[in-house]
Write a protein that binds this ligand. Structure first.
Ligand code: AHR
Length: 497
């Protein structure tokens, strides 16, 4: 079958904010303990951080990492995680029913992020706590010194402020599962008052108000409208979260979920713009898509999990090839909305629904989803270009008129490269033609593809390279016209220079 991708250099969606390649570390399962932190590991550094995890985080060029939750943050006393480690309390952790011994806290995580060349996106607890704890945390992290909380940070060994610039006002407060769940009115008021005092302590910070937990929430959209009515003038972003699963083993529908994600973003943008219009405001409110991924493989194990363990193996989804395809499609969808999505965090980084897996004290390996995320982070920086795709369509149980090809192009920051990202979710190979007349004399520098694998194939510690990208020569360049084959069920990255 044939398809066409049209690229026009002047048809820009907008500059890409590199923070869309962000990630997330929550105090959940083995993400922190056994993931980034494993003091007994042969590769642990002087603070107990695994150097191999740091190396992969750097390889992914993760620009920002959200912390410490997630649901965890809604019951967290941040003061438990600072000061001498032997004095830190052991707590019952009510989001995931584990024991939290607080050996990693704010200072350690900020130090980890420096070692991993990334920034911190910090969440404050608006479940069991409120404005007072939040403004104290801003003071602890960002105030230079000479006040109670900033001097305590200095006493704890951190003379320089952590300089945390981006903050979440709570997490998924619309969800009945959340510790301290609130109505939109209750949350909107709390978020507004918390935002005010946080920005009074440090006017340079940016704030994210909680949007809906997912597009299926009954309160979705009404929640955003009410919350933004209260907070519009005080916040910079509204959050979006979305996970997809293939519980019904319906691959055509599963891979078409980018259509739901696309619609969800369009609708949230509409609500933001409605509140802007209603308030006659000049300010445009953007989106922090601060949780996204595939998540479903480990649900059955979670249901059987015992309570009150430390470092429980929890939510350790083993990602297969079709998951990598959807993750690639989700990255493309974020890029398609580069004009309004300014921050996005894959959830999560290590062990828990993650691209990186580790054994306690042992090996490390890359899951299938690592690769599309890596490619987008490395080559998807610059300007997003709105491509026109003409491809065969299919109908499936959940969607109709699904284009077999999901695609976007990115012109690099220096204008030297244009990179085409494409997911072929169809059952047939596609011979794709693409006219590159806006880039006269260009040549394909590299065609990377993930194709030909069993859709359910995955990587393990013993066989870490079962599903990996390959370099392909299935393309031809005649003048400025590129013809390239995107195999059935494939993830593709064509770098043209
Ligand atoms: O990322 C795992 C969990 O998913 C987070 O704690 C929560 O915010 C979401 O429901």
């Amino acid at each position: 079958k044939k398809a066409v991708i049209k690229i026009d250099r002047d048809y820009k969606i907008g500059p890409i904010d590199n923070r869309i390649y962000g990630n997330f570390i929550e105090h959940i399962g083995r993400a922190v303990y056994g993931g980034i932190y494993d003091p007994g590991h042969p590769l642990a550094d002087d603070m107990g951080f695994r150097k191999d995890v740091i190396a992969l985080t750097k390889e992914l060029k993760v620009p920002i990492v959200r912390y410490p939750g997630g649901n965890f943050v809604s019951g967290y006393n941040w003061e438990d995680g600072i000061g001498p480690k032997e004095l830190r309390p052991r707590r019952t952790e009510l989001a995931w029913f584990a024991i939290e011994d607080n050996q990693v806290g704010t200072d350690e995580f900020c130090e980890w992020s420096r070692r991993a060349d990334t920034d911190v996106m910090m969440a404050v607890n608006l479940g069991t706590r409120g404005a007072d704890a939040a403004r104290n945390l801003v003071e602890y992290c960002n105030f230079p010194g000479g006040t109670y909380w900033s001097d305590l940070r200095i006493k704890n060994g951190y003379r320089d402020p952590h300089g945390v610039k981006l903050w979440n006002l709570g997490n998924e407060m619309d969800g009945p599962w959340q510790i301290g769940h609130k109505t939109a009115e209750e949350y909107g008021r709390a978020a507004c008052e918390t935002a005010k005092v946080m920005k009074w302590v440090d006017p340079s910070i940016e704030l994210v108000a909680c949007g809906s937990s997912n597009s299926g929430m009954n309160t979705c959209y009404e929640w955003e409208a009410t919350v933004l009515d209260h907070t519009y003038d005080f916040v910079d972003y509204v959050s979006m979260h979305q996970y997809y699963g293939n519980e019904k083993n319906d691959t055509p529908s599963f891979l078409a979920n980018t259509m739901d994600m696309d619609r969800f973003i369009n609708h949230i943008v509409s609500v933001c713009d409605y509140i802007q219009a209603k308030k006659r405001s000049k300010k445009v409110l953007n989106i922090s898509f601060d949780e996204w991924n595939v998540w479903y493989h480990a649900f059955a194990d979670n249901a059987k999990a015992e309570k009150w363990r430390e470092k429980p193996a929890y939510n350790e989804d083993q990602y297969n090839f079709e998951d990598a395809l959807l993750v690639g499609g989700m990255m493309i969808t974020l890029l398609k909305h580069a004009d309004r999505v300014k921050v996005a965090c894959m959830a999560q980084l290590v062990n828990v629904i993650a691209p990186i897996m580790t054994e306690n004290g042992g090996r490390i390996w890359k899951q299938t989803i690592y690769y599309p995320y890596l490619h987008a982070s490395l080559y998807g920086r610059g300007t997003a270009l709105n491509v026109l795709v003409d491809a065969p369509k299919y109908d499936c149980k959940e969607y109709t008129d699904v284009p077999a090809l999901e695609s976007i192009a990115v012109e690099s920051e220096d204008g030297a490269y244009v990179t085409i990202f494409a997911m072929n979710r169809g059952e047939e190979d596609l011979e794709v033609s693409c006219c590159l007349r806006d880039y006269p004399g260009c040549r394909v520098e590299e065609f990377i593809t993930m194709a030909g694998y069993d859709l359910k194939q995955y990587n393990t510690a013993d066989q870490p390279d079962r599903v990996i990208p390959q370099s392909s020569s299935a393309y031809e360049m005649e003048g400025d016209c590129l013809t390239v084959t995107f195999s059935s069920y494939s993830w593709n990255v064509v770098r043209v220079r």
